[in-house]
Design a protein around this ligand. Structure first.
Ligand code: GLN
Length: 305
């Protein structure tokens, strides 16, 4: 299959959509993104790479970081982790508080904010002051890139406007599902959200999930096969919050989005893909990114179904 010409076709076909959607503005630093940016990268297990658009441009990975923290927590805690966070779709927006109250402070899944925050809290109990460093190291390892850092500006902007996330932390703390200091939890969570990567690096960083838990670049096993299966399953059912059903329906691949405009998706046993376009749909997922992935699976027949 000629993937490069498929990417070219996609770039042409998404053009009319640039009028739609809105760049995230509840985090002021994110509102500065260029609404016309588009990038898409694809990397196969045997190392073939295809890119289009501004694929060298870094953006904050936001909720895509939840895949890495969940992987690390699952690796360390195994099934014990599910006492603190569930594995069902929430059907609610990513920053919703309501469900958490009547479900006694146990978030539905690790990919909504509450679930990711509880996950980060489990890592803080393990790694203490080194937690963010460990998260970053893990991302560097999976993406095989050394120059990955977080953006101070975005981080501070998130901290200054993180009212809902603070509320989620406090609510979970009242149910004893946050064990560490509130400040440490929120700071670590916002640092992980403001990590900067481009689509090329993100696609590479997801290869272990397309390859049963083994990084195909160096044959290193990061997690076991069943853990990789579970992470992919959760990406399919929960990776796009209350639009996870719609994403599965249209794209048919495990995927995870972030409000920075990035999406990662996995074609099991074949490849990892990443898309970037900062204008979001009303559920907080990249509008053009979703469409680009839908076009990709339609043109290639490479959905999991
Ligand atoms: N940092 C963002 C937040 O906590 C991440 C949300 C997202 O990407 N959906 O609101």
């Amino acid at each position: 299959m000629n993937y490069q010409s498929i990417l070219n076709e996609i770039q042409n076909e998404i053009k009319p959509l640039f009028k739609q959607g809105q760049v995230a503005n509840y985090i002021p630093a994110l509102a500065k993104a260029n609404p016309n940016d588009f990038a898409m990268s694809l990397i196969t297990l045997d190392g073939e790479e295809y890119n289009i658009g501004s694929y060298e441009k870094k953006f904050s990975i936001q909720s895509i970081s939840k895949v890495f923290t969940f992987t690390l927590a699952l690796k360390n805690y195994s099934k014990e982790l599910y006492k603190r966070v569930g594995h069902e779709p929430s059907g609610d927006p990513f920053n919703s508080l309501v469900q958490l109250e009547y479900e006694n402070g146990i978030p539905r899944n690790p990919f909504i904010n509450a679930g990711a925050i509880a996950t980060t809290d489990t890592l803080l109990s393990l790694y203490k002051d080194d937690t963010f460093k460990k998260v970053l190291e893990f991302i560097k390892e999976t993406s095989m890139q050394d120059d990955i850092i977080f953006n101070e500006n975005i981080y501070h902007s998130e901290l200054e406007h993180g009212f809902r996330n603070l509320a989620l932390i406090n609510l979970m703390k009242s149910f004893k599902n946050i064990k560490n200091n509130t400040e440490d939890v929120i700071q670590t969570y916002f640092k992980q959200c403001s990590i900067m990567m481009n689509t090329k690096q993100l696609a590479k960083s997801m290869l272990y999930l397309a390859n049963h838990g083994i990084n195909p670049k160096n044959n290193e096993r990061l997690i076991n096969e069943s853990q990789a299966k579970r992470i992919n399953s959760l990406m399919l059912t929960c990776g796009h919050y209350d639009a996870s059903g719609d994403f599965a329906y249209r794209v048919g691949l495990p995927g995870k989005s972030g409000v920075g405009g990035g999406i990662v998706a996995i074609v099991p046993k074949k490849m990892a893909i990443s898309v970037y376009s900062p204008k979001l749909n009303e559920k907080g997922n990249s509008l053009i990114g979703t469409k680009a992935l839908e076009l990709f699976t339609t043109k290639t027949g490479l959905s999991i179904f």
